[in-house]
Write a protein that binds this ligand. Structure first.
Ligand code: MOS
Length: 746
């Protein structure tokens, strides 16, 4: 395995840099998509189906049209043409709900848009939407959570013979784990502000991918892509829910075109549960076999998840399974089970997050069965190569994550006997842990870097900051490669007219933009050097090799003196600015792409405190060690892992979207009934980054940290809960009702 040693930070890489967009955000000047307003702006409110399965038999918009301020009520009969994206488009146009809104009269899920009211004010549109009369012919919806395989499952990964190995294994675990439907609940609601000038659209959208959004919206609205501009300056988080376009965006754009007025549509919190995706529920049977020393002989994961009637999105629960442990026999299969539920989508760490709940819970059960320490079990099964592809890892430090985490946590003091440990508050302590992994890759990126005569720099790229710190990281990269200080660097992103950049998904942006930014900065510097060697210029006659750039100044090699700033060289030549362009491809186009296995790794150690007499469970502290490549900004990176751990606490203990079996409606579709972790739930967090650069991925060796922090948290908590209470919860979320079965007493 190629190994690497930690590198120390340069002035602009690795430190704890404050967000360059922080002042805009805390002063309320950052413009989120729904903050854009234009003269003549109208407000749109959708009418949502009140059945989950059936068809519309009649829509009467007469009364709604007569309400004050109403400009139009759109239904299938007057919305105008909306097209589908081609089925095979090589991933250029990704959308989860392929059916354009209002395409037919069939209702496939509760809350599906059936009409759109547009009025002068939001209140008028809301009032009129209630007056749209819709009759349905409905049939009983099927929203059952329990799943049985429908047809053959897809084989995601396979090696050896799992059936034979399982039959022969001296120690086995065979259990089924389930995770519920979860709904993304970013603070910012999905929103679209659509403008149409008779020729072109400009759409202000809540999107994690302005470039994909542009292609999809152009295709579905039937305009050339050149006449489609997408703007997204700030996002109040997305968690995957805002990766791909949703029907409200098409409705807003179609209304703007039909009415020739700007139209704003902000979905309600209730619609967030119905119309913009969710993480599907999963049901995973795990079969593990080991020898008595804890060496894995076989690992099998067979998973099912819900899918909508007309979409195939699958939660790929085996995302992290095939390479996590060494085992000669492995098989991962998966399939979807149809329900009358809206299309699902990616949610932070899709696949790996629910998948690792099953894998890492089953590993803990195996450790208990073996009478072996769970950290030792994982160390014993640490693979030397990615056995699913027979290639080395680009950079894997899982062993260090485990040993460092155990040390920081004080794991050696753990008494493995259930319910045997007590906290200083006399609560029962439960100590549990889990490993985690997440993909690493680069997407294609184009970047431009301008240097100007004022000694300032500007980077442009059609990527976006979804709250993760992309503005800041890009500014740091420009500073790193030009020497121009951070406060003289402008980052302009979030606009599809800029050089095409990567989508904000899969934790890939930082790794993706590094090579292109370096190339662009170097191209701009080279132009300045060329200017400086022109006839009459400061280094006239010198060759570029005679010069060096350091700290934003140009020096003649070997010569003393203060050098010259980049800006003054341009000013002397009467040049306002020079622009360098950079472009890099996706990592799977790299020459040695299939020779290495790229992932990030980590380990979580959790202490829960259980008070049996009042059935109170608290997650008290979490120690997390992440091997995410080189960290570019220690502050924004830590912020990602902190948020992910708190989200994982919600996944373990609170989050589940509940459906009413009678009518198919998500019934806890609000933030009072859908519980997420709050400040009061926050445990003490101890987060460490190993900071080993992964130079096979990009010149700085950065991978990504947006999603890895959520993977493994829920099983680490469930494993700690078992250690405290003796109750093994295999169905998330863990509820107090489950723990009442505990025989542990205080
Ligand atoms: Mo992430 S689920 O790729 O936004």
């Amino acid at each position: 395995m190629p190994t690497s040693t930690p590198v120390s930070g340069t002035p602009f890489i690795g430190g704890r840099f404050a967000r360059v967009d922080g002042p805009l955000k805390v002063s309320g000047r950052a413009e989120y998509s729904s903050d854009f307003n234009f003269p003549g702006l109208l407000h749109a409110v959708p009418v949502c189906a009140t059945i989950a399965a059936g068809r519309i038999t009649r829509i009467d918009t007469h009364r709604a049209r007569g309400m004050p301020g109403v400009h139009e009520v759109f239904t299938r009969s007057n919305i105008g043409p909306l097209h589908r994206v081609p089925e095979h488009n090589h991933g250029r146009m990704i959308i989860d709900e392929h059916r354009p809104p209002l395409e037919d009269d069939v209702i496939r899920y509760w809350g599906q848009y059936v009409a759109l009211v547009v009025a002068d004010t939001f209140e008028q549109a809301t009032a009129a939407a209630r007056r749209v009369e819709v009759d349905y012919q409905s049939h009983a919806p099927d929203v059952r959570m329990h799943m049985q395989a429908q047809g053959k499952l897809d084989v995601d990964s396979t090696r050896g013979d799992t059936d034979a190995a399982f039959a022969r294994a001296p120690v086995t675990v065979d259990q089924t784990y389930t995770t519920p439907i979860e709904t993304h609940n970013p603070i910012e609601l999905h929103a679209s502000v659509a403008t149409w000038d008779g020729h072109s659209f400009t759409l202000y959208e809540t999107t994690q991918s302005i470039m994909n959004h542009r292609r999809v919206m152009a295709a579905m609205l039937g305009v050339p892509v050149e006449r489609m501009r997408i703007v997204m300056k700030f996002l109040g988080s997305g968690f995957g829910g805002k990766l791909w376009p949703w029907p409200h965006a098409l409705l807003a754009a179609a209304a703007a075109r039909n009415l020739r007025r700007p139209v704003k549509l902000v979905v309600s919190r209730k619609m967030m549960f119905e119309d913009v995706g969710h993480r599907p529920n999963t049901q995973q049977r795990m079969r593990l076999g080991a020898d008595r020393d804890g060496r894995l002989l076989t690992l099998q994961q067979d998973y099912l998840c819900h899918a909508a009637r007309n979409e195939d999105n699958k939660e790929p629960c085996g995302e992290a399974t095939p390479f996590l442990y060494s085992t000669p026999n492995l098989r991962v299969t998966g399939g979807v089970v149809r329900r009358d539920i809206a299309p699902s989508t990616a949610m932070r760490g899709p696949g790996a997050v629910p998948g690792l709940f099953a894998v890492e819970s089953a590993m803990d059960e195996l450790a208990v069965t073996l009478g072996m320490d769970p950290v030792a079990l994982r160390l014993r099964n640490e693979p030397k190569i990615d056995e699913s592809r027979n290639v080395p890892f680009s950079s894997r430090h899982m062993t260090e994550c485990l040993t460092e985490g155990a040390k920081k946590f004080g794991w050696h003091q753990r008494n493995p006997t259930v319910g045997s440990m007590r906290g200083d508050d006399n609560s029962v302590l439960g100590w549990g842990m889990a490993s985690c992994a997440w993909m690493a890759a680069r997407l294609p990126a184009q970047v431009a870097v301008e240097l100007d005569a004022d000694n300032a720099a500007r980077l442009t790229c059609a990527t976006q900051d979804i709250g993760t710190g992309t503005y800041t990281v890009l500014a740091q990269l420009v500073a790193e490669y030009t020497g121009i200080p951070l406060d003289r660097i402008t980052v302009e992103i979030g606009d599809s007219k800029l050089p095409p950049g990567p989508l904000s998904g899969g934790s890939m942006v930082t790794a993706s933009v590094i090579p292109a930014t370096r190339q662009a900065a170097e191209a701009a510097l080279r132009q300045v050097l060329q200017v400086s060697t022109q006839h009459g210029a400061v280094f006239a006659g010198a060759s570029l090799d005679d010069l060096r750039v350091e700290g934003g100044r140009v020096y003649r090699k070997g010569a003393a003196g203060p050098g010259r700033t980049l800006g003054s060289i341009l000013a002397d030549a009467h040049l306002e600015r020079v622009t360098g362009k950079g472009s890099s491809g996706s990592s799977d186009q790299d020459a040695d792409a299939d020779k290495l296995s790229f992932h990030s790794y980590g380990a979580h150690f959790v202490e829960v405190r259980w008070q049996p007499r009042i059935a109170r469970l608290r997650v008290h502290r979490v120690v997390t060690v992440i091997d995410g490549g080189r960290i570019i900004n220690a502050r924004t990176a830590r912020n990602q892992i902190e948020g992910a751990i708190v989200m994982g606490l919600g996944m373990a203990l609170f989050e589940a979207t509940e459906y009413d079996d009678r009518n198919g409606a998500p019934i806890n579709s609000n933030l009072a009934d859908y519980l997420v972790a709050s400040h009061a739930d926050q445990p003490h967090l101890d987060i460490t980054f190993l900071d080993h650069p992964d130079f096979a991925l990009n010149p700085l060796g950065a991978r990504g940290v947006g999603e890895i922090g959520l993977a493994g948290v829920a099983p680490a908590i469930a494993n700690a809960v078992y250690h405290a209470t003796g109750v093994r919860v295999r169905e998330l979320p863990i509820r107090i009702e489950d723990l009442l079965a505990s025989r542990v007493t205080a």
